[in-house]
Design a protein around this ligand. Structure first.
Ligand SMILES: Cc1cc2nc3c(=O)[nH]c(=O)nc-3n(C[C@H](O)[C@H](O)[C@H](O)COP(=O)(O)OP(=O)(O)OC[C@H]3O[C@@H](n4cnc5c(N)ncnc54)[C@H](O)[C@@H]3O)c2cc1C
Length: 400
């Protein structure tokens, strides 16, 4: 049996290795259009490769995928984060978990992951054909023909793992085969707030905020980081991922609402009862869970004098302060890619595939894996997890 894998990324390597280990007599070739494989793995996670996430319950795991979460439930029953950890550790690459659940190789170097995938493929006699761009796929009754560098090659099975594309036109070669494509748009970005005075607080992190997009139901929580161009941190990145399609339609001009304390108005008002009976200076006495610099920024913005004492705070200013603490608003004008971690949402519509086998419903013998599918996760190792899972399933099922 001849199996072709299109794309030498994380999903392609996992698919090729799984196929060859499941059926050692099969001939497996990875076709990679550039002269490098695993380029994204190498640069991922700031050169450390955030391989997966220590979220071991499938019910929790799927909540980290704005697109594809529900559909990934069945694939995760077969290959999930537990399997990923075992897969790497049993092959001699121990992983470690950081405080926020992100998992990295203990070596702290993505090269360890690249080496493992390359060496495993080599030991299994998987062929890697570089500078081999697949430009057309021609399905037939017996298998699939691929057009590569002016040559037509026949394979019984083909696994397409060619990665995400920032533009729909990048997927034309698949649209031609009739596949429905969800328009790709960027996911995982930070918010630009040009010239907003809040940017003077750059570098400041607020531990637990609730972020929402005004006029929509989009809401997230977690730490927020103020940057020199606007806002970042998990509470913003998660919002950008879940709102990827909506925010693209708004051309990245919208209002973000911040609840700096992550509590509701009733709770805050009850805290204010004891606060406003205090004779301390507001400027010095900040009993709320927000950093001192932000507290001073707020008092300044509301023009509350440094000499103001808590128990003399006018009702109007009390209400304005409460509103700012739980419903602060900022205009967003544009976005910035998060640490170059460009992830696209969109791609092959999941209705086109059998999600348990990754096989195309349109053409028998063609399988899909990785970011090419309309699946994407929030930051934290979830995108690689989707690549390992879909690659594993495509590889395994291609040999059956
Ligand atoms: C800078 C950066 C950092 C990241 N860090 C993390 C992280 O730490 N954790 C995480 O979970 N996710 C991370 N991501 C996301 C993650 O890298 C991707 O989700 C993942 O690499 C997708 O794997 P893939 O195999 O589907 O696609 P890719 O890695 O994009 O591989 C696809 C391959 O197919 C090749 N190809 C495309 N078309 C053809 C064709 N027609 N013929 C032949 N070959 C073709 C491409 O050249 C490429 O090598 C990061 C992304 C970036 C950009």
């Amino acid at each position: 049996m001849k199996i072709a894998v299109i794309g030498g990324g994380a999903a392609g390597f996992m698919a090729a290795i799984t196929a060859k280990e499941s059926k050692p007599e099969a001939s497996v070739t990875i076709f990679e259009k550039t002269d490098k494989v695993l380029a994204k793995v190498k640069v991922s996670g700031g050169g450390r490769c955030n391989v997966t996430n220590a979220t071991f319950s499938i019910a929790q795991l799927i909540k980290n995928y704005p697109r594809g979460g529900k559909q990934l439930k069945k694939p995760f029953n077969i290959f999930n984060t537990n399997h990923t950890v075992n897969w790497f550790e049993s092959r001699g690459v121990p992983l470690k978990t950081e405080a926020d659940n992100r998992m990295f190789p203990k070596s702290n170097s993505s090269q360890t992951i690249v080496n493992l995938l390359l060496n495993t493929a080599e030991n299994l006699n998987i062929r890697v054909s570089y500078k081999s761009k697949v430009i057309a796929i021609i399905p037939s009754d017996k298998g699939v023909n691929l057009s590569i560098n002016g040559e037509n090659m026949f394979f019984e099975k083909v696994i397409i793992a060619s990665g995400g594309s920032p533009k729909t036109s990048g997927l034309d070669w698949l649209t031609k085969l009739g596949y429905a494509i969800v328009k790709p748009v960027p996911s995982l970005f930070t918010f630009n707030m040009p010239k907003n005075p809040i940017t003077a607080l750059m570098g400041l992190s607020v531990p637990n905020v609730i972020t929402s997009i005004k006029g929509s139901k989009l809401k997230q929580n977690g730490p927020l980081l103020i940057t020199h161009w606007g806002m970042s941190g998990p509470a913003i990145l998660k919002l950008s991922a879940w709102g990827a399609q909506d925010l693209s339609k708004l051309n990245y001009n919208f209002t973000v609402q911040i609840n700096w304390l992550g509590i509701n108005e009733e709770e805050l008002r009850s805290q204010f009862i004891s606060l406003t009976s205090s004779r301390k200076l507001m400027n010095n006495h900040n009993p709320l869970e927000i950093p001192k610099r932000l507290w001073h920024f707020m008092l300044n913005k509301l023009e509350i004098a440094e000499s103001q004492v808590w128990n003399e705070l006018a009702k109007k200013n009390k209400n304005r302060l409460i509103n700012m603490l739980i419903n602060d608003e900022f205009e967003v004008k544009g976005k910035t890619t998060f640490k170059e971690e460009f992830v696209s949402c969109g791609g092959i519509d999941l209705s086109e595939i059998n999600i348990q086998t990754m096989e195309s419903k349109r053409h028998k013998g063609i399988y899909f894996a990785g970011e090419l599918l309309n699946i994407d996760g929030v930051t934290g190792g979830f995108n690689f997890q989707a690549a390992w899972t879909s690659g594993y399933l495509a590889g395994k099922n291609s040999t059956l």
